[in-house]
Ligand binder design. Structure first.
Ligand code: HH2
Length: 280
């Protein structure tokens, strides 16, 4: 399976790609406000690259439950200088975590080669043609509802079946908008309009999404499901995040979206060595 994002090409199977999270927001649930200055943010991106991140995911709008919308101009003013600074200095792929076609377009002009669309294709009529014409990679993530209200009463009859069907239908839409399947990654959207039981079921059944034939992105780093399971506050959720990352890797996730790059890579190395030893 090939992932193609502008001039980058990754061939799977191989050990998971680590996508380092770089939020330049005042209010992200873990790193909000930590990288308020462009230089600090760029340095953090370079640090994650040095630790082994192959993708740096730059976000300018928090999508934590209850988060307020941010205007396009505000989002651009947060992410674009950081993307420009990173593209001048880092070799990792730069991803822009945005739901807005206008932000995505300007980020691509400055060197972003992946659009991470947690909006689940809600603005697909503008976003998908942009992805098709530019050749960037595209993460299609499932979300029920919108960040402001998504955790109020998420409901599913069959969460795995419904999320799978959603991703299948959206994949068809993407392809008919002219995007090549090699550009697409899929994400079940842990925590986006889902209760703990839904998140657990999706993670337990990640293998069922392998049949969709595209690389899976999984993001559970420090999320509230870990707090619900352990009682740990967000700053103490690294052990739970590492356990979740190892589980996702063993279930076949190709790309892991994490805050703690060096620690995750160390954990993944152990999983990889054990998987190899089992086959030897
Ligand atoms: N989770 C968050 C943001 N973007 N993108 C993908 N593809 N998958 C995810 O699970 C995902 C995502 C939320 O986490 P974070 O960026 O750390 O927080 P916030 O939304 O508060 O900025």
């Amino acid at each position: 399976m090939i992932l193609s994002a502008l001039h980058h090409r990754i061939e799977f199977p191989r050990p998971p790609v680590v996508m380092g999270i770089l939020n330049v927001t005042p209010d992200s649930f873990f790193d909000g406000g930590r990288f308020a200055h462009v230089e600090q943010a760029v340095e953090h991106g370079l640090r994650m690259e040095a630790e082994g991140a192959e993708v740096i995911d730059v976000g300018g709008e928090s999508t934590r439950p209850g988060a307020a919308d941010v205007s396009e101009e505000e989002e651009c003013s947060r992410v674009l200088p950081v993307i420009a600074g990173l593209s001048a200095r880092c070799r990792a792929m730069i991803s822009v975590d945005t739901r807005k076609p206008g932000v995505a377009r300007r980020a691509i002009d400055l060197g972003a080669c992946i659009v991470n669309d947690v909006g689940a294709g809600e603005r697909c009529s503008e976003l998908w043609p942009l992805v098709a014409e530019s050749g960037v990679g595209y993460v299609l993530m499932h979300m029920q509802g919108a960040p402001a209200t998504m955790q109020q009463s998420p409901r599913y009859e069959d969460v795995v079946g419904q999320v799978k069907r959603f991703l299948e239908v959206r994949m068809e839409g993407i392809l008919s908008a002219g995007v090549r399947s090699e550009q697409v990654m899929l994400d079940v959207g842990i925590g986006f309009g889902k209760r703990l039981e839904h998140n657990l079921k999706l993670l337990a059944c990640l293998g069922e999404f392998k049949g969709l034939g595209r690389p899976l992105v999984t993001g559970l780093s420090r999320k509230s499901m870990i707090g619900e399971l352990t009682g740990a506050a967000v700053e103490n959720r690294l052990p739970g995040s590492l356990a979740g990352a190892c589980w996702a890797a063993m279930s076949g996730t190709e790309i892991l979206r994490v805050h703690d790059v060096g620690e995750t890579i160390q954990a993944l190395r152990v999983v990889e060595a054990l998987s190899r030893a089992r086959l030897a």
